[in-house]
Design a protein around this ligand. Structure first.
Ligand code: TXA
Ligand code: MG
Length: 321
């Protein structure tokens, strides 16, 4: 039975405690309801992907209380600072280069060197973020493939027991997701997703925004995420490592250099995936061999990401950073 609570101070304290304990809390923002997890907790973030039944690990937006907290996670640059000062709190997400000190799960950013950050303009969201005292990774609080929820009842219908608590802030004022602007490349601000903040409001500060691909046609959100690919070749469904290879194990395999989950737990494997791929992506490693992963539940998302990682760059057809 999931719990929908009016956002009293007591309920917000309870929601913040749940977040700090690695649980999932749905909360209202001005755009849509978010399914929140402590952004620094790999296992909690993996729980978000599991609850949404997301087929691939799209990077998540990290929610913070203000521009100063954002600046601790990413390099905003002059343009990012100006956009933050003008539009935060509000329906604008800024993608910037991750700071080395950022305590954000690599799974939340799908292994990318950038993180998407925003300050939501909703009193309940801000109260929760302040009480939790941690950045909160939150995609829209719906099962993958459904439309984003704009009421607490939508969240409960869509996610059911997968969410530990829903804070009811009434219907969302904006109702469509935030506009996503990439400020990670100096002088090349790029619109990654049109959304609740009109481009016409942004461009007076930025000049014309680049589109994510050739031309300036907006592309669908699913096409926008830039996927992490290791520098080493990746060999899937490996029984054992060949000479020079590192073995990324799953389940009780012998000789694993690192193991996604020795007990074969897919949620643990998802939580470890990006951090372990990065750890094995070293010059002395000829290739990263990966044990077979069952193609069920979160395993589908893990295999989706591994197949992408295994594609040679020229065949990937995916946009690169
Ligand atoms: O309004 C919103 O943005 C809502 C509320 C809950 O804040 N959140 C939301 O999250 O829509 P989600 O996960 O459904 O969408 C995240 C978007 C995706 O288009 C994703 O590709 C993009 O942000 N994104 C996240 N991190 C990124 C990154 N590092 N680089 C490029 N795109 C990124
Ligand atoms: Mg969504």
């Amino acid at each position: 039975m999931n719990r929908i609570l009016e956002p009293s101070p007591g309920a917000i304290t309870r929601a913040a405690r749940l977040l700090r304990a690695g649980r999932l809390v749905a909360f209202p923002t001005e755009t849509v309801y978010g399914l929140g997890a402590d952004a620094g907790d790999d296992d909690a973030v993996a729980g978000v992907f599991a609850a949404k039944n997301r087929p691939s690990f799209n990077p998540l937006i990290v929610h913070v209380t203000d521009a100063a907290q954002a600046a601790g996670l990413i390099e905003l640059g002059d343009l990012g600072q100006a956009l933050a000062a003008r539009f935060w709190p509000g329906p604008l997400t800024l993608v910037g280069r991750r700071r080395e000190t950022a305590a954000v799960s690599w799974l939340a950013s799908a292994g990318l060197d950038t993180i998407a950050v925003r300050v939501p303009a909703h009193p309940v969201a801000l109260a929760l973020l302040r009480a939790a005292e941690c950045p909160v990774a939150a995609p829209s609080a719906n099962v993958s493939g459904q439309i984003s929820p704009t009421t607490a009842a939508h969240v409960a219908e869509s996610l059911g027991d997968a969410v530990d608590l829903v804070l009811d802030g009434g219907p969302c004022a904006t109702g469509i997701e935030s506009t996503v602007v990439d400020v990670s490349r100096p002088g090349r601000p790029t619109l990654l997703r049109p959304g609740g903040l009109p481009v016409e409001d942004i461009e007076p500060l930025t000049g014309p925004l680049l589109g994510p691909g050739a031309g300036d046609a907006p592309r669908s959100p699913g096409m926008l995420s830039r996927h992490y690919a290791p520098g080493r070749p990746v060999r899937l469904d490996a029984g054992a490592a060949a000479p020079g290879e590192a073995l990324l194990g799953f389940g009780p395999v012998a000789g694993a250099t690192l193991n996604l989950s020795p007990t074969g737990d897919l949620r643990e494997a998802a939580a470890n995936l990006f951090a372990m791929l990065r750890a094995l992506d070293r010059p002395e490693v000829a290739a990263i061999a990966v044990s077979p992963i069952p193609d069920t539940g979160l395993g589908r998302a893990i295999n989706d990401r591994l197949r992408r990682a295994a594609q040679p760059p020229e065949e990937s057809g995916l946009s690169q950073p």
